[in-house]
Design a protein around this ligand. Structure first.
Ligand code: HBI
Length: 369
């Protein structure tokens, strides 16, 4: 059936401009989803903080850059903290722009893990949809998300079932996974490369465990990612006398995937309920098997023994054992899993279905519109 072209407004995270790396996985999610939605023929207006840039252009994409002060990240706040909105904050400025132009759009997709856009869902007639990007990192966010799930169950979507379990939802969660552009990742069949680790360098990502694995095997660990917590990074460096970690920095996708593809395995060590695990899919896309703690999103993406190995959380011996058997995993299985489950096209189709469900389904609260 011919799907109607949707006019969509996508609103980015307020904690850093797109390309700064501060938005973590959300940056890659937004870029990939825009590519996927455009490939399905939809029209996009992206509203994002000043300084944001995308690696591509399209006549179906308009970008509006908004000035203002970065929103503090919930990951650096206590779960009991109140909602903070700094003076001259970019967050309300982003949403003033949305409200200004929303009447010309079919729907708005919010990527911010923030109170304001959730609250606006109750009071605005515009159809605001939320792709929740984290597990429950704050009590006030958890309460607001569960309130919206009661009033507008079709307006919320999560990356994985395990992530959604952090929230008390009134209906079955809508799961859209994630997805990345196949053209951005080249399959590398190289078998005996180094070990890799990738992610924001911060305590909830558990880098220290992967360093212990490399140290035990007497080899280096290649580490990609933004050093968000310098103290944490240097504490890790000082754990071992000899140089284990090779810091590769936060690289643009084309460089990252070229280096990542040479690894014989990516080790993933979440210490929190990781909502998805973008780097796991990026590794798969390059044919790199993943060894991960069976926690959060990674536990749903890895099919143990097919595209990687799952290990009990915090079990470093288990990581070492799995690393020694990684040659049992066929690298082409990893790429095949990616092409079937996690391309930007597949992701965009799941998001399109979500929007159609939310736009067409009549439920109590929506009837008031
Ligand atoms: N904190 N306040 C706030 N808003 C966000 O959008 C946000 C955040 N912390 C982390 C984050 N987004 C993303 O990096 C993760 O959801 C991936």
């Amino acid at each position: 059936m011919i799907k109607k072209q949707l006019k969509l407004i996508l609103v980015s995270t307020p904690i850093g401009y797109l390309g700064s790396g501060k938005g973590g996985g959300v940056e890659l999610t937004i870029v990939s989803l825009i590519k996927g939605l455009i490939s399905l023929g939809h029209k996009i207006i992206l509203i994002a903080p000043k300084g944001s840039k995308l690696p591509f252009e399209s006549e179906l994409l308009e970008i509006r850059l908004i000035d203002g002060v970065d929103q503090p990240s919930w990951q650096h706040q206590d779960r009991k903290d109140p909602v903070l909105i700094p003076s001259k904050s970019v967050l309300p400025n982003l949403w003033e722009e949305v409200i200004d132009i929303a009447n010309k759009s079919d729907a708005v997709i919010n990527f911010a893990y923030d109170w304001l856009p959730l609250w606006l869902t109750k009071t605005q007639s515009i159809k605001i949809f939320h792709l929740i990007s984290m597990g429950a990192e704050s009590i006030v966010m958890k309460e607001t998300i569960s309130e919206i799930s009661e009033l507008f169950p079709f307006r919320l979507a999560f990356h994985t079932k395990r992530q959604s379990k952090d929230y008390s939802l009134k209906t079955d969660p809508i799961i859209v996974g994630n997805g990345f552009d196949t053209d951005d990742y080249l399959f590398n069949e190289m078998e005996n490369g180094p070990l890799g680790w990738a992610g924001r360098i911060a305590p909830e990502k558990g880098l220290e465990d992967a360093v212990k694995v490399a140290n035990d095997l007497g080899e280096k660990l290649l580490v990609w990612g933004l050093i968000e917590d310098k103290e944490y990074a240097s504490k890790i460096e000082n754990t071992f006398t000899n140089e284990i970690v090779e810091w590769k920095g936060f690289l643009p996708t084309n460089k990252f995937q070229e280096q990542l593809g040479r690894c014989r395995a990516l080790i993933n060590t979440p210490k929190w309920n990781e909502a998805y695990g973008n780097v796991i899919v990026e590794a798969m896309a390059c044919g790199v098997p993943v060894i991960a703690y069976d926690l959060g999103g990674p536990g749903e993406l890895i099919e143990d023994g097919f595209n990687g190995f799952l290990v009990k959380p915090n079990d470093i011996e288990g990581l070492i054992k799995a690393t020694k058997s990684i040659s049992e995993i066929k690298r082409k299985n990893c790429r095949a899993w990616f092409e079937k489950k996690a391309t930007s096209k597949v992701f965009a189709e799941r998001v399109e279905n979500w929007l159609h469900k939310g736009l067409n389904k009549k439920i109590s609260a929506d009837l008031q519109d």
